[in-house]
Design a protein around this ligand. Structure first.
Ligand SMILES: [Zn+2]
Length: 416
């Protein structure tokens, strides 16, 4: 089990000191020296500068590797592992720095993703056509390009949800709904009318209740390829996360709460969460996609929405699992250290407890100081798509951008 993650030997808390930037920076950048302790004690504003520089350097490398050297073609157009992930990272970089070149390149890349996805049957934000059209529309709006904005919105509205669509986040109905929420947030409420999304919510609730009744234990349950998953990518945590952002009827709210409580009451004794309903013995995965991190983000949101202490307590316990077993031997967002760091950022935003900011900082500093070295030494997996947003260094760059203003951070393509 231990070969999945590095034992977390970092201190439980390190107060920040006021030593000069020059000295600390030199120390931090000395190759071969263990600069992690000095990074952890560095005044936040100075560390944020280091993280920003690293984020920008990585972003440049990722743009060159995924776009510049790829013949400017979208072999994989998706946000999850493909070129749209680079476009989303550029949008983030533009948000942080205001650099118009990032926005221009983002739009250019989305255009290539648009061509590559015209015949795709996938409909979600993370893996389908909705992500392309939604990001295209938001980038067009930021650029003041009304023609492209109209084009992408018209194409978004042409997306048809097949009858046999699953309900989960990566390929299913809530993955499409998330794109609607993203558009409404950035282009104004009502851009995608609630009458339209309500039809999709009805289908999700009906499917969840039908399977929940069959099982007789949990109000809502879903299947993806025959498995009743619990995690954020394919299961309950992701579906409940998106449903909480929709306008729900009181009985639907009760079913969402009941489903989350069922998960809390049936988690592993360690505090971790099973990957699926039938996977009750393998307490190994501590990922956003499967396990405590993805569930923790949903519980933080539930605590915020419902003000129920049981959700907050469970989120805090899940975050302990992430601290102890979440320093994964991968860098990415989906099943890597970058994604796991967002659990602490999310809890920090809810509780304002400096302990969680420290923990997010510790995971980010571990990546900043060690990721490249560990990957080159073969001790850390570089990712099957090493520059992608969800499985590669794109996620690390995104996290570093988010660490600059941790009160505003958002798990990419998941937290609104
Ligand atoms: Zn994953």
């Amino acid at each position: 089990m231990a070969d999945r993650f590095f034992p977390n030997t970092m201190p439980q808390f390190v107060p920040e000191t006021g030593t000069s930037l020059q000295h600390q920076e030199q120390e931090a950048l000395t190759i071969g020296a263990d600069s992690l302790p000095s990074l952890l004690s560095m005044p936040y504003a100075q560390l944020a500068e280091l993280l920003k520089r690293a984020a920008l350097d990585l972003k440049e490398t990722i743009a060159v590797e995924t776009w510049g050297l790829s013949g400017q073609r979208a072999r994989d157009f998706t946000l999850y592992c493909g070129l749209l992930g680079t476009a989303f990272l550029l949008l983030k970089s533009h948000h942080v720095t205001g650099n118009a070149n990032d926005l221009a390149l983002c739009s250019h890349i989305v255009k290539a993703c648009d061509s590559a996805s015209l015949t795709s049957r996938d409909v979600t934000f993370l893996c389908g056509r909705a992500g392309v059209c939604a990001i295209g529309a938001v980038a067009a709006k930021l650029r003041g390009d009304d023609e492209s904005l109209r084009y992408y919105l018209a194409h978004f509205q042409k997306i048809k949800l097949p009858k046999n669509l699953p309900d989960e986040l990566l390929y299913g109905r809530v993955g499409f709904l998330w794109a609607c929420l993203f558009l409404n947030k950035h282009l104004g409420q009502g851009t995608i009318p609630s009458a339209y999304t309500r039809v999709v919510v009805d289908e999700i609730i009906n499917n969840g209740r039908a399977m929940g009744r069959k099982m007789g234990r949990c109000p809502l349950m879903f299947e993806w390829y025959g498995e009743k998953y619990w995690g954020a990518a394919h299961g309950l945590a992701g579906i409940m996360h998106v449903l909480m952002d929709m306008e729900l009827k009181p009985d639907e709210v009760e079913d969402v709460k009941g489903t989350l409580k069922y998960m809390i009451h049936n988690r592993f004794p360690s505090g971790n969460y099973p990957a699926s309903e039938d996977d009750r013995k393998r307490d190994v995965l501590v990922h956003w996609c499967h396990g405590a991190p993805g569930v923790a983000l949903t519980l933080v949101k539930a605590a915020k929405h419902f003000g129920d202490k049981e959700f907050l307590d469970a989120a805090i316990e899940a975050a302990e699992v992430v601290w102890n077993r979440g320093l994964l031997k991968r860098v990415g967002i989906c099943h890597g250290i970058s994604g796991n760091a967002y659990v602490f950022l999310s809890l920090y935003q809810l509780t304002k407890d400096a302990k969680y900011l420290y923990r997010a900082k510790a995971f980010a500093c571990f990546l900043l100081e060690r990721a490249h070295k560990l990957i080159s030494q073969g001790e850390m997996h570089g990712g099957d798509t090493p520059y992608s947003l969800f499985e590669g260094q794109g996620g690390m760059s995104y996290l570093f951008f988010d660490m600059i203003d941790p009160s505003q951070s958002k798990f990419p393509a998941y937290e609104l």
